[in-house]
Design a protein around this ligand. Structure first.
Ligand SMILES: [Zn+2]
Length: 117
């Protein structure tokens, strides 16, 4: 299994987590950050189904979710279920780093979320 290539940035002053990186803390305008790697499973915060996909996607639709890792890092990812699978905010998902689309003939890796069944 591939490592999840997400790095979040934790403000040294106030502790707010940022992902992706910002020059200055969105909360206190601090400029110093510690790097934080996401840990544990993911709690689904919100999700949406997208049916009109841009060029480069070979699937018919996509389910995109925002999840929160156990250490507070939030990230967006693809949810790997079929259309009929019911999804609920608050569900626990297993994160993985997988090819999420093909660009110029090469796999582009990204965050994938799979519900615990
Ligand atoms: Zn801050």
């Amino acid at each position: 299994m591939k490592k999840i290539a997400i790095t979040a940035y934790k403000c040294k002053q106030c502790g707010k987590l940022h992902y992706p990186f910002h020059d200055r803390c969105l909360q206190c305008k601090g400029r110093e950050f510690d790097k934080v790697e996401p840990q544990g499973n993911v709690k689904l915060l919100t999700f949406t189904r997208i049916y009109n996909l841009p060029w480069g996607f070979d699937q018919r639709y996509l389910i995109i979710g925002v999840g929160e890792f156990e250490n507070g890092v939030r990230a967006m990812g693809q949810i790997g279920v079929d259309e009929a699978t019911p999804l609920q905010v608050g569900m626990t998902m297993i994160p993985s780093w997988e090819p999420v689309r093909v660009q110029n003939g090469e796999n582009v890796f990204g965050l994938k979320l799979t519900p615990i069944t």
